[in-house]
Design a protein. Sequence first.
Length: 202
Amino acid sequence: MSGLDRIKERIVEDARAQAKGHIDDANKKADQIKKESADKAELVAEKIRADYENRAAELKRQMLSTAQMDIRKKNLALKQDLIGQAFDYSHKSIMDLPLADYEKLMEDLLMVAVESGDEEIILSKQDIDRLGEGFVNRINKKLSEKGRLGALKFYKEPGDFTGGFVLRKAGVELNCTIGALLRQLREKIEPQIAEILFAVED
């Protein structure tokens, strides 16, 4: 082999060695990239799993909170309905009183409500028929016996309500209907009624 051939062979061997080195480096880099990509993929997957778990936990919390709020609203509505029924029953019980007892209740309410003694009394059609025209005369007599002016008179038109009365003078009205009185009473004693109705809950 001539010197030139040996030089060529040497160049070829060096080139092959250099190429192999490049290939080995490329393979190492490829393996490193694959490993880094796998690690990044695992990190991304873990982040996605954690994010999903957090979202699922938050969704569960929100759903539970919404359900609890809905239950509280429904319980409150039910309690309000039951309290309303209790007062409706009271209203009906008053209207179902025997005539003598109902008339006595009306007299007691009027004796407290009358101020000047010459107001007009508005009654429902039912109470006008039930108590009779003489009802106002009996109240005026009681007022006079107590040294007060007894000049009450019926208003020309019956009122659109059930039970009780409205006192009217100079365009000013005092609402003493049973419905109005029960509404005022409800505002004052509703907590006590609720405690009685729902004491067994706790």
